[in-house]
Design a protein around this ligand. Structure first.
Ligand SMILES: [Zn+2]
Length: 181
C-alpha cells in the first residue's frame, strides 16, 4: 500500500515511519499546483506514484508522474492544456553534493517539493500547441508550416533508433521560438 502523506503537507514523508518495515515504500503524489509557471505554460497538477528505496545511507526516489499543464497555443494563442510525463530518478543522501543529489534533512522528513518543482519547470512545454494540425489564427493569410514538425509516424522514419525514455520528454520541446530579450 502506498504511503499517504499528511494532508496539510502533501509532499513530506516521515522517513523512519516510511522504512519501518522494509527498505522500500510507495509514495502517493497528488499535488494541486499554484503559481508554478514559465512564460509559456503553467503547471496545474501532478499525479502518480513514486517509489522510495533505502539503500545504505541513500534513498533513491524514482518513478513517473503525470503533469497537467495549461498555456496559450503558440500558433493560435487559444488557451490549451496537456499532460507531460515526468520521469523521476533522484538520490537523497546526508552527504549530498550540490546540483547532483538532494539532502536528507536532520529531522528525517523527506520533502519532495523542491525536487519536484525543479522537475516540473523542466517538463513544462516551452511551445504549447493546441493540436498538431493547428493552423494558427488566420490560416488563409499566414499558413502555419506544419509539415516540418510532423514526426513521420506514417512509417517513413523506420530507420530511427528507439528513443531512450529519459530523453522522451525532451522530444516534446520545440526550440523554434526566438528569445526576444
Ligand atoms: Zn492552436
Amino acid at each position: 500500500m502506498a504511503a499517504v502523506p499528511k494532508p496539510e503537507n502533501p509532499l513530506c514523508f516521515d522517513l523512519p515511519k516510511l522504512f519501518k518495515r522494509e527498505g522500500r515504500a510507495a509514495l502517493e503524489i497528488k499535488w494541486q499546483l499554484e503559481n508554478l509557471s514559465t512564460s509559456y505554460s503553467e503547471a496545474q497538477h501532478l499525479d502518480g506514484q513514486l517509489s522510495a528505496e533505502s539503500s545504505g545511507e541513500k534513498i533513491v526516489v524514482s518513478g513517473s508522474l503525470l503533469l497537467t499543464w495549461s498555456g496559450p497555443c503558440r500558433r493560435c494563442l487559444e488557451t490549451t492544456s496537456g499532460v507531460s510525463e515526468l520521469t523521476i530518478s533522484e538520490i537523497y543522501e546526508s552527504d549530498f553534493s550540490e546540483g547532483e543529489t538532494f539532502e536528507i534533512p536532520l529531522d528525517q522528513t523527506l520533502d519532495l517539493k523542491p525536487m519536484l518543482q525543479e522537475q516540473i519547470l523542466l517538463a513544462l512545454p516551452l511551445t504549447p500547441l493546441c493540436a498538431d494540425d493547428c493552423k494558427g489564427p488566420i490560416p488563409e493569410e499566414y499558413p502555419a508550416g506544419i509539415t516540418s514538425e510532423q514526426d513521420g509516424e506514417d512509417g517513413e522514419d523506420d530507420t530511427d533508433a528507439p528513443i531512450d525514455p529519459r530523453w522522451k520528454i525532451l522530444g516534446t520541446i520545440n526550440f523554434d521560438e526566438k528569445e526576444t530579450n
